[in-house]
Design a protein around this ligand. Structure first.
Ligand code: GLU
Length: 578
């Protein structure tokens, strides 16, 4: 670790700009714009991380397409935000192929190993192991799909070799990443988990202190790991030394993963779910992510109530938003699981059902509890909120290229730093994605061999008149749903400017009996009015997701990065454009 003097964030962004203009000869033919809100006619990258955005923009500028850029960004995020995502995780990548006018979802969600047991998250007395402990266990580690997903995307849609797409990340790991405000805050918050692991402590807590903003994080072991993958392909993991070390570490942590689990890892190409808001079509993720269906149900329930008639900042509007969230989450938490293992009842978005659910909303009372709807004869009880995970907040990226191809992609290792176990000698974290399972057995989202835990990821595309108009997504675990849904409501119902749609204070309330999460900007008066009808709020505000957005306006892309995380948009315009 070498220290660098602390400098303002704006300066860090400018360094990115200089690198973009000077490191790639082909970049010279592009003008580039970098900032929280920028335009570009020939390409756009939006990421919460400026190093990752720079890597993606360089790939676009040198002739790569949106999928090439997204894959390169995936590797770069694993270096620049190693605590949030990486090759030890998995995700959902949605691709719009402009020439085919087709959407593909590559689902690289982690799977439980063959040894997984329905009761693996229970104590001997049958109670769930507390989440703080559960998140660190070897049995919480899912078989990573990130590399399989990246390689599938590249081979099917990309134009570059895997080695080309990994190369910038090897350099980033070797040269170092300047610790951002976000990383510094996260290291302080999760210091306890990191301190328990010698490899993680050595890297992130040198001398016992977390790296601070402006420090340089150099990751030679991760560079070597990436070099091995660049040379030998993803089999270096699924059938090679990296996988062997991974499996050994999971075993040492009490898990039962084997090389055969890695060899048998199977990604899926999922049919997205589609919904309608006004004359916009919304295309989003299907189970095993509950993100898309829950976002759509929320929006369609609210649309029934004609929310545009209520002032945006009024307590009544926030009340309706929270009640629609309770209804949609009640169905999500009761019915959804991996569709390879459970029959998910149809009718989620049927107009009659939506009407019936919307009619349950009382305009002046936070009526509680909100049971799941009658999608099946005997609705299962929703999983209790307190059993459903901690506070994940990982990574999302949006990319558009000069050919009109679009990628929206969320990739994660679940909690910050996953299990907190950094793979010794290889420098990446073991995910704890299996904590997204309901810890109680016998339910739709209970653990089972080879099963995928229910996600909330919701990379989403919005179409109007058959043309894509918005590319959107967020990290944030279940708060992804609240964040993406509210931004879509802002855009499609309220017609807010894109920057306001992102910046407006959001709320998150999945279960009516729990204290709601709220963001700075939600006035004390509005909160007091909401409390007077039965809502309860956490004491302190905290962010709800981190939404990245690309708006497509004719030939122009406008990228907006969420100020919650100091993200950046990078727009490219060819110098010879008219
Ligand atoms: N494990 C969470 C999920 O799949 C993580 C999501 C995220 O924040 O990226 O929903």
């Amino acid at each position: 670790m070498r220290a660098r003097p602390e400098m303002p964030l704006l300066m860090l962004t400018m360094l990115g700009a200089l690198a973009l203009a000077s490191t790639d000869a082909a970049a010279a033919e592009f003008a580039t714009a970098i900032g929280p809100i920028v335009g570009g006619e020939d390409g756009m990258v939006v990421s919460s991380n400026n190093e990752a955005a720079r890597v993606g923009a360089e790939i676009l500028a040198s002739g790569g397409n949106a999928v090439d850029a997204a894959v390169a960004i995936q590797f770069a995020l694993g270096v620049a935000e190693p605590g949030f995502s990486g090759i030890g995780g998995g995700g959902f990548m949605m691709i719009y192929d402009a020439s085919a006018d087709a959407v593909t979802v590559i689902d690289s969600r982690e799977r439980a190993p063959a040894s997984a047991k329905p009761k693996m998250f229970l104590k001997k007395n049958g109670e769930p192991i507390p989440f703080a402990k559960r998140r660190t266990l070897g049995v919480a580690v899912g078989v990573p799909g990130a590399l399989a997903g990246a390689e599938y995307a590249r081979a099917e849609f990309g134009t570059r070799t895997l080695a080309d797409l990994i190369a910038p990340s090897i350099a980033l790991a070797e040269d170092g990443v300047i610790v951002s405000r976000l990383m510094a805050a996260s290291l302080r918050e999760h210091q306890g988990v990191l301190a328990a692991n010698p490899a993680a402590s050595a890297l992130f807590l040198p001398g016992g202190q977390p790296l601070a903003i402006g420090d340089l994080l150099v990751q030679p072991e991760l560079a070597d790991t990436l070099r091995l993958i660049a040379e030998d392909g993803i089999d270096a993991f699924y059938d090679g030394p990296i996988g062997e070390a991974f499996v050994a570490e999971v075993k040492a942590a009490g898990g039962g993963m084997k090389m055969s689990d890695l060899a048998q890892y199977k990604l899926t190409i999922d049919e997205p779910v589609r919904g309608q808001y006004g004359d916009y079509e919304i295309v989003t993720t299907a189970p095993p992510s509950g993100g898309g269906l829950t976002v759509l149900q929320f929006l369609e329930i609210l649309e029934r109530l004609d929310p545009g008639q209520y002032a945006y900042d009024s307590s009544l509007r926030y009340h309706l938003v929270m009640k629609a969230m309770h209804l949609a989450f009640a169905d999500r938490n009761a019915y959804l699981g991996d569709p390879e293992f459970v029959d998910i009842p149809p009718g989620w978005l049927a107009p009659k059902y939506i009407k019936q659910r919307a009619a349950l909303i009382d305009f002046d009372d936070n009526t509680c509890p909100v049971p799941p709807g009658p999608l099946a004869a005997n609705p299962p009880a929703p999983a209790p909120a307190e059993l459903l995970g901690g506070d994940p907040q990982t990574t999302h990226v949006n990319v558009a290229d000069r050919w009109g191809n679009l990628v929206t992609f969320t990739v994660t290792i679940e909690q910050h730093y996953g299990t907190g176990r950094l793979l010794p000698g290889y420098g990446f974290f073991l995910n704890n994605e299996l904590t997204d399972f309901d810890p109680l057995p016998g339910r739709p989202n209970s653990p089972a061999p080879n099963k995928r835990p229910l996600s909330s990821m919701a990379p989403t595309l919005v179409f109007h008149g058959g043309e894509p108009v918005y590319v959107v997504g967020s990290p944030g675990g279940p708060r992804i749903i609240g964040a993406v849904a509210q931004v879509l409501l802002d855009l499609l119902e309220y017609g807010l400017d894109i920057e306001h749609a992102i910046a407006k204070p959001r709320v998150y309330s999945a279960v009516c009996s729990e204290k709601a999460r709220w963001e700075l900007g939600l006035s004390p008066e509005v909160r007091a009015e909401l409390e007077s009808i039965g809502h309860r709020f956490r004491d302190e505000p905290r962010e709800v997701g981190d939404v990245g957005l690309i708006a497509i306006d004719g030939d122009t892309y406008v990228g907006v990065a969420d100020p919650r995380r100091d993200g950046v948009a990078v727009g490219l315009t060819r110098a010879d454009d008219d």
